[in-house]
Design a protein around this ligand. Structure first.
Ligand SMILES: *[C@@H]1O[C@H](CO)[C@@H](O)[C@H](O)[C@H]1NC(C)=O
Ligand SMILES: *[C@@H]1O[C@H](CO)[C@@H](O)[C@H](O)[C@H]1NC(C)=O
Ligand SMILES: *[C@@H]1O[C@H](CO)[C@@H](O)[C@H](O)[C@H]1NC(C)=O
Ligand SMILES: [Zn+2]
Length: 284
């Protein structure tokens, strides 16, 4: 009995530890998806409503971390949350970088965004795909591709292996970008309220960034979505902001937090705007 309990405790804590390294945390994904859902065309809103599972109650944000929960038993999906680029090169190339550990081409976050976008284009037709899952995967991976360290270096696993302190707490750098910057911002500036943070980002989409939004939304006319561009921006931001001044063993405090928060806010905004733009193109 005691042994079982201990073992269960071990599994649960392992899942918590692993669960912390898998993309924006729960809040980051929810923010991206709520921004997206607020920007949908009527027909896209209708399709999303039809595809969402009943328990989501038409809140896309509530299922945007679903992909993180299933990766522990849908093992094939684990490689789809990120792309690794060669150490210190600070650029991304689909042919070189979008593959899994076995070298299978297209098995990275960029391939996944394309894959689930293509599947959703079957909406309204006979299809072999589960489009509810396709929507939940796409919404999640669009968030992941915008987390700079999801297009990070290979040997440190997107900075999962870079140990730092977040203020006084031991943390890895990847987790700082998934969770801590967002959490600290919510605690310090938004009364620990995710809605207030989301609203502040949305306000900036209509004000500070309003003249950039068209460019964020735009892809090549032949493409429904353009994740290669999002991934290239990602590794750029990873080098310029995430890795910079955060080597192994560093202590990250206000200097780092306050200068990186605008980057996190921007990437959450772009992820939301682009998820909406993609869904609007898919569902017409
Ligand atoms: C595409 O989606 C299918 C169905 O979920 C999945 O089996 C396959 O691994 C996916 N491939 C990529 C690159 O996302
Ligand atoms: C599609 O996937 C959802 C979420 O995993 C599941 O609840 C549903 O039963 C699946 N639908 C079919 C037809 O398999
Ligand atoms: C919104 O923009 C203002 C002005 O550029 C900036 O000070 C503020 O931090 C931004 N807030 C968010 C959440 O992006
Ligand atoms: Zn993820």
């Amino acid at each position: 009995m005691e042994y079982c309990k201990l073992q269960l405790l071990g599994i649960v804590s392992l899942m918590l530890v692993l669960g912390n390294t898998q993309g924006w945390g729960e809040d980051g994904h929810a923010i991206t998806c709520r921004i997206a859902q607020s920007r949908l065309s009527d027909s896209a809103a209708e399709a999303v409503k039809n595809l969402l599972p009943k328990y989501a109650q038409n809140d896309l944000g509530s299922v945007c971390s679903w992909a993180d929960r299933v990766r522990f038993y849908l093992h094939w999906s684990a490689a789809l949350h990120f792309a690794d680029t060669p150490d210190n090169l600070c650029n991304y190339q689909y042919d070189r970088d979008c593959k899994d550990q076995n070298g299978d081409k297209g098995r990275c976050v960029v391939g996944a965004v394309k894959n689930y976008t293509d599947q959703l284009l079957d909406y309204g037709k006979d299809t072999q795909y589960n489009l509810t899952q396709a929507l939940m995967f796409l919404s999640h991976f669009m968030g992941d591709v915008h987390q700079p360290l999801h297009v990070g270096f290979t040997s440190d696993k997107g900075a999962n292996l870079v140990n730092v302190h977040w203020y006084t707490k031991k943390q890895n750098l990847h987790h700082v970008w998934d969770v801590n910057i967002i959490e600290t911002a919510e605690e310090r500036f938004y009364d620990s309220n995710i809605d207030d943070f989301t609203n502040a980002i949305q306000e900036n989409i209509t004000k500070t960034w309003s003249n950039q939004v068209k460019e964020w939304e735009t892809c090549n006319p032949s493409e429904t979505t353009c994740p290669n561009k999002y991934a290239s921006e990602g590794i750029n931001a990873a080098c310029q902001w995430a890795y910079k001044d955060a080597p192994e063993g560093s202590v990250l405090e206000d200097d780092y937090f306050l200068s990186r928060l605008p980057v996190v806010s921007l990437r959450l905004a772009q992820g939301g705007v682009r998820l909406a733009a993609t869904l609007n193109r898919i569902f017409g």
